[in-house]
Design a protein. Structure first.
Length: 172
């Protein structure tokens, strides 16, 4: 059910929605929403339950994460589509192949981003390497579910996952 599409069509009309959905801004907005909502679903129980953060700390952390997630949502979507296309994932691919692709894409994008954040935060090389192991395992656990979620949100927004699109051959 294309919930996002139907809602926007009611607000702006079908014709304006068709123009809107073909813009980079729309794609970036959908993917920023996807990254932020997924991150919140994963982080809230970790931060409030396991880590024992109080509500104020949690809100501040999620606001900081919202900036990063908004800035990286679309670049990650482009990266993921490229990785899945490179390994030949399509609609008929076995779920294991897609899971492996999503895991590789997630780890390949999130791990370097994590290294950058830790470096900016002042972490030493050995600290970064020690912290990288759990993040790599987390990527394995989150890459597949995020890929499924991203595809579903894209479908709801009437956007195709680009790794599934066939590009027409250009005659020279």
């Amino acid at each position: 059910m294309p919930l996002i599409k139907n809602t926007l069509e009611k607000v702006v009309g079908e014709e304006k929605f068709e123009k809107l959905k073909n813009t980079k801004t729309y794609k970036a907005g959908v993917e920023a929403f996807t990254m932020n909502s997924f991150s919140y679903i994963i982080a809230a129980p970790l931060e409030l339950g396991i880590a024992g953060m109080d509500l104020s700390e949690h809100i501040q952390t999620r606001l900081a994460a919202a900036v990063t997630n908004t800035l990286t949502g679309r670049p990650y979507g482009i990266w993921r589509d490229w990785v899945l296309k490179k390994i030949g994932v399509n609609e008929n691919s076995h779920w294991i192949k897609k899971y492996i692709g999503d895991t590789a894409a997630f780890a390949g994008f999130q791990l370097p981003l994590y290294w950058i954040n830790m470096t900016i935060g002042g972490a030493e090389f050995d600290e970064i390497m020690k912290a990288s192991t759990p993040i790599t395992f987390m990527a394995g656990a989150m890459g597949g579910p995020y890929g499924i979620y991203l595809d579903r949100v894209r479908k709801s927004a009437d956007l195709a996952s680009e790794y599934l699109e066939e590009k027409p051959e250009v005659e020279e």
